[in-house]
Design a protein around this ligand. Structure first.
Ligand SMILES: Nc1ncnc2c1ncn2[C@@H]1O[C@H](COP(=O)(O)OP(=O)(O)OP(=O)(O)O)[C@@H](O)[C@H]1O
Length: 706
């Protein structure tokens, strides 16, 4: 008590501008040796810092500091409100949940308290009228937690922004939180699902304030907004369907949450249990957390430490804190630079595979932006490109002015510069990992390769696309079970090979048997095999790499006319004669009218009778898979413009030529079947069952003769 009184006395002695500066300081009370600009000007910093230091030392010496008092009391009548329907549903599920990690409610409430402190710090900082608009700006920004075993109570109190009556109704009566919204949506989709399902979803999103009802019979919230002249308020609910609000006296600025614990959750009234939970999830919260009067968190900004001095344990803890996660980081990128911008970055690559939620482009990024230890925004959009949304961590840049508004942050050229620098550094780091830890990198690539591909497709800069592309890996025609990068492929190219060839197929066997690959195989040219859906679209989007064109094998086949001219001259041994070809091509074209745009011969096939080529095979396949379902066959062919290429040396084609005169009906069935087969081979038929009827007609006709 005496220390607390002493503390306030010293604060009162400070001049107003100094006390304001005190609340602008990073709540850590740690020392910044730089001068921070405040709305009231620059200059008192060193003095304030030293006062702060002596105050915190004093607190530390005496070891006890608590603001929790049992002094709040509701006065007058109370208003009854109903929770929004979705909130009721959420509360209902949360209360009945057997979720084993109930302790996460502490993390959620501490995180809300910390947000409330940061919001206050930020508002005062960015508002020139800060000192007038807000009351008691000189109060210390802290979080206090009190346990009371006897009454089975847990209390969390912060000195942050607090809430007005309207805010109370909106914030604690409806679902504002994006995570909770997703939670409800998922739940609706899974038709409420099994208990296990519900638990997984809660674990994935967290449900914010409402998670308190996992452990509470009743929750009382006392709050007073920091805006000058705001009244104290009490919010109370048992989490069933309604909540009550009334005015209250004895309420300090900020928010105090009193949790009346359920009988089977009495463990959370135990100091040691809560200390353990704080250590696990909230150790690095940027403001001091006092548990029963003793500081319980570390609040050391480890991203500002020398990278070599941070232990793996510290990284693990910090990663769990910033990432809201249970795993450990697989890679850690911790670096600092002053050119071209001042950057202190600590970025983690998650160990776990990305969940469905992270895969969605709607998912938030996981990197917080600080400037000189002051949090500007926890999930800063645009700080990294969307495709790097799986990264967790912190970026601190002294070049970001303290009073830059969050809206301005979205479009700031500074943020753009930061993004470019961070992206380049991350790419360089991954490239390094691929060289120094190829096995770990390959595993990362298996888990997160899709994000890299998204980066190539979404990036606007060819140079950036190519930098990302260096990280891709493909098996090639040369050797099974071994992947190569694009630079390695280029190094292995024969002199004079101008292009990079790729082939999309579901697996190696189909790739090797592809008719489009036959001629390149004969020429001994290495081809990248793409087994993943979208790979070919990614390479098509990439277009070029190190000045070489990326060409699909289908395109290569279609574009080379030279050899087919040779065919048409009848130069190839065992081929149909030119006169026969001249008869056959128009005949086929007529029989396949409405389906093919052109029929020609090719010298690039050996064991296959024919293929279909289209202008851009990857785009065509994507179109067939995603958009062609409601389209007539006629329109589909009109859009695809397939070119039918036949092999004039192949026995079936030679036979076809004969049949055009000896048995035109059978010849027509055969031509149609060959075309349909080629369309299947090209991956341009979404359901091959369509072919069965015509195939049976053909078989029947052939078997008639026997
Ligand atoms: N201690 C607090 N002080 C002031 N406002 C609070 C406090 N706790 C909660 N709130 C308000 O209630 C709102 C709802 O809280 P909840 O935890 O459900 O979601 P959230 O914190 O907004 O979610 P998210 O973490 O996704 O941003 C908060 O956005 C905040 O405005």
């Amino acid at each position: 008590m005496s220390i607390v009184n002493g503390l306030f006395r010293v604060q009162k002695l400070m001049r107003p501008s100094v006390t304001l500066a005190r609340c602008l300081l990073p709540a850590t009370g740690h020392l910044s040796h730089r001068t921070i600009s405040t709305p009231r000007g620059v200059g008192h910093q060193r003095w304030v810092t030293s006062v702060n230091r002596s105050l915190s030392t004093k607190v530390a010496e005496e070891g006890y500091h608590s603001i929790i008092r049992d002094q709040e009391k509701g006065v007058g009548s109370s208003d009854k409100h109903e929770f929004q329907a979705e909130t009721r549903m959420l509360l209902d599920i949360v209360a009945r949940s057997l979720y084993s990690d109930k302790e996460v409610f502490v993390r959620e409430l501490v995180s809300n308290a910390s947000d409330a402190l940061e919001k206050f710090r930020f508002l005062v900082q960015s508002s020139p009228e800060g000192a007038n608009e807000y009351a008691e700006c000189d109060r210390a920004l802290e979080i206090h937690i009190g346990t009371n075993k006897q009454d089975r109570q847990l209390t969390l109190q912060d000195t942050g922004i607090g809430m007005t009556r309207e805010e109370l109704i909106a914030n604690l009566g409806t679902i504002a939180r994006s995570g909770s919204k997703h939670f409800i949506e998922q739940l609706k989709e899974s038709g409420r699902g099994s208990q296990e399902n519900v638990q997984n979803i809660i674990g994935q999103f967290g449900v914010g304030f409402y998670s308190a009802f996992m452990v509470a019979d009743r929750v009382d919230v006392y709050t007073r907004s920091a805006r000058t002249g705001s009244p104290g308020l009490k919010w109370s609910s048992d989490g069933s369907g309604t909540f009550e609000i009334q005015e209250a006296e004895g309420v300090a600025i900020g928010t105090k949450i009193v949790i009346h614990l359920k009988a089977d959750c009495r463990e959370f009234a135990d100091e040691d249990r809560i200390r353990e939970v704080i250590r696990r999830y909230s150790n690095f919260v940027g403001s001091p957390i006092f548990l029963n009067g003793k500081q319980a968190n570390q609040i050391q900004p480890i991203w500002l430490m020398e990278p070599k001095q941070v232990t793996p344990e510290q990284h693990n803890e910090f990663y769990r804190f910033v990432g809201n996660t249970f795993d450990t980081p697989r890679f850690t990128l911790h670096y600092k630079t002053d050119v071209p911008l001042s950057i202190r970055a600590l970025l983690y690559f998650p160990e776990g595979k990305p969940g469905l939620f992270e895969m969605s482009r709607d998912a938030d990024g996981g990197v917080a932006l600080y400037t000189r230890k002051v949090l500007i925004q926890s999930k800063t959009e645009n700080l990294l490109p969307k495709w790097l949304r799986f990264l967790k961590g912190v970026v601190d840049s002294e070049d970001i002015p303290l009073n830059l508004s969050r809206e301005l942050l979205q479009n700031s050229s500074l943020i753009r510069k930061l993004r470019i620098a961070l992206t380049n550094r991350t790419l360089r780091f991954l490239h390094d990992r691929s060289q120094k830890e190829p096995e770990s990198y390959d595993k990362f690539y298996r888990d997160y390769g899709l994000f890299l591909k998204e980066g190539i497709v979404t990036s606007q800069e060819q140079q950036e696309k190519e930098e990302i592309a260096k990280l891709l890996r493909f098996e090639t025609s040369r050797e099974p079970n071994r992947t190569v990068s694009l630079p390695e492929y280029c190094q292995g190219q024969a002199e004079g090979q101008k292009d990079i060839y790729y082939l999309a197929a579901p697996n190696r066997t189909l790739a090797e048997a592809s008719p489009y690959y036959e001629s390149l195989k004969k020429r001994g040219i290495e081809v990248l095999f793409c087994y993943e859906a979208y790979d070919e679209l990614v390479l098509m989007q990439l277009g070029m790499f190190l000045g070489k064109n990326l060409i699909s094998v289908e395109k290569e086949m279609r574009r080379s006319d030279a050899s087919s001219t040779a065919d048409q001259d009848g130069l190839l041994e065992g081929s149909l004669l030119k006169t026969q070809i001249d008869e056959l091509l128009p005949w086929i074209k007529q029989r396949l009218a409405g389906k093919v745009s052109n029929v020609k011969t090719t010298g690039k096939l050996d064991s296959h009778p024919c293929v279909v080529t289209v202008e851009e095979m990857a785009a065509a396949r994507h179109f067939i898979k995603t958009q062609s379902h409601n389209m007539s066959e006629e329109n589909r062919y009109a859009l695809l413009q397939p070119q039918f290429e036949i092999n004039p040396k192949h026995p079936i084609i030679k036979k076809l030529h004969k049949l055009t005169t000896s048995d035109p009906e059978l010849a027509e069935l055969l031509a149609n079947q060959l075309f349909s087969n080629a369309m299947v081979g090209a991956g341009l038929v979404d359901d091959p069952r369509m072919l069965l009827t015509s195939m049976n007609d053909l078989l029947q006709k052939v078997l008639d003769k026997h």
